[in-house]
Design a protein around this ligand. Structure first.
Ligand code: DAH
Length: 328
């Protein structure tokens, strides 16, 4: 049944059909006639089991070799057919190389995104890692863990967007401190840029705005480290500039300060900072007798408005493409 003569003839016949195939479809059919499940070569391969045991090995080798050769012819023909169809479609398609290319609208990064990335790059160069947190935050992370008491005015309905189930739209990026510090052993330093929300809206306030939080915890962190980092940050953002640290109160830092930068004759408020309150460290499971840290939080949008000459904060977020195109 599996005599070599027959096999040679079968193989030659297969080769002819494969080489004559004029389309991928025809080629597929030809292949199926020989190598498909019911194909004549496959059938032969299956019938080897019925041969005398001493003939099986040789017959098996012969049929398998034939099968491989047929498979190669199929591949070769397939490559040829694909090449032909490609050059056919190229020659059928008319190309006018003198036509102007289709105009593509080019996108650009939002000014706030650009400032945010610039800031993140600066802090990365100082060895800060970037940490992220959700915009829908638990009341615990947004307030309680940061030592903000339940009757604190910042929790007021007028400021905070409450969400069902003990959640709020985070009112600042400070809750990322809690997320990053919990279960982490100092030393570490992070920044956390992102969106924050407050129920507030006028020419300089938008219900959605952006902050960047920074914090550094180690055994001997001091207020001097904080000032050094913020001066370097300010110089990176504004160039040579004067800063003013004004004593202030924040529940999550002690001592606390507000930072102003000099703008001609005026001082403009830039953000808040301080030494992380021991209770906040303890809330995150950090030994406050051994470790301390500094923290700061700044607005990003004001810097973007300043850098790109945008007169009102709502222009940044209304999504009016005409405005954004001018800023670009
Ligand atoms: N979370 C404060 C706010 O949104 C800003 C701030 C003040 C952040 C002092 C800090 C800080 O990390 O130490 O008004």
């Amino acid at each position: 049944m599996t005599d070599p003569v027959h096999l040679d003839a079968l193989e030659a016949e297969a080769r002819g059909e494969i080489e004559r195939a004029d389309s991928i479809q025809e080629l597929r059919e030809a292949r199926a006639r020989y190598l498909g499940r019911r194909g004549s070569i496959s059938t032969r391969l299956r019938s080897i089991g019925q041969l005398d045991p001493e003939q099986r090995a040789a017959a098996g080798q012969a049929v398998n070799a034939a099968k491989q050769r047929v498979e190669l012819w199929v591949q070769k023909r397939q490559t040829e057919l694909e090449g032909e169809s490609q050059s056919r479609s190229l020659s059928e398609r008319r190309l006018d190389a003198t036509l102007p290319p289709p105009r593509r609208a080019r996108g650009a990064l939002h000014p706030v995104t650009r400032v945010e990335r610039d800031m993140a790059e600066f802090f990365s160069s100082l060895g800060f890692e970037i940490e992220d947190g959700p915009e829908v935050e638990t009341e615990y992370n947004n307030f309680d863990a940061l030592n903000i008491p339940a009757d604190h005015p910042s929790r007021d309905l007028q400021d905070t967007f409450f969400v069902a189930g003990g959640h709020v739209l985070r009112t600042h990026t400070s809750p990322v401190q809690i997320r990053a510090m919990t279960g982490r052993e100092p030393p570490f330093r992070f920044i956390a840029p992102g969106r924050v929300y407050r129920c507030d809206s006028d020419g300089t306030h938008s219900p959605l705005f952006h902050q960047i939080e920074g914090f550094y915890v180690d055994e001997n962190v001091t207020m001097a480290d904080l000032k050094g980092v913020l001066y370097a940050f300010a110089r990176h953002i504004f160039g040579e500039v004067e800063l003013r640290f004004r004593a202030h109160y924040f529940p999550f830092t002690e001592p606390s300060a507000e930072i102003d930068f000099r703008w001609g004759e005026r001082w403009l408020e830039w953000g808040g900072c301080g030494m992380i309150h021991p209770r906040v460290l303890e809330n995150c499971g950090i030994d406050s007798a051994r470790y301390r840290g500094f923290a700061f939080g700044m607005g990003i949008d004001r810097v973007a408005m300043d850098r790109y000459g945008v007169p009102s904060i709502s222009l940044l977020f209304d999504g009016d493409v005409r405005v954004l195109e001018q800023i670009r």
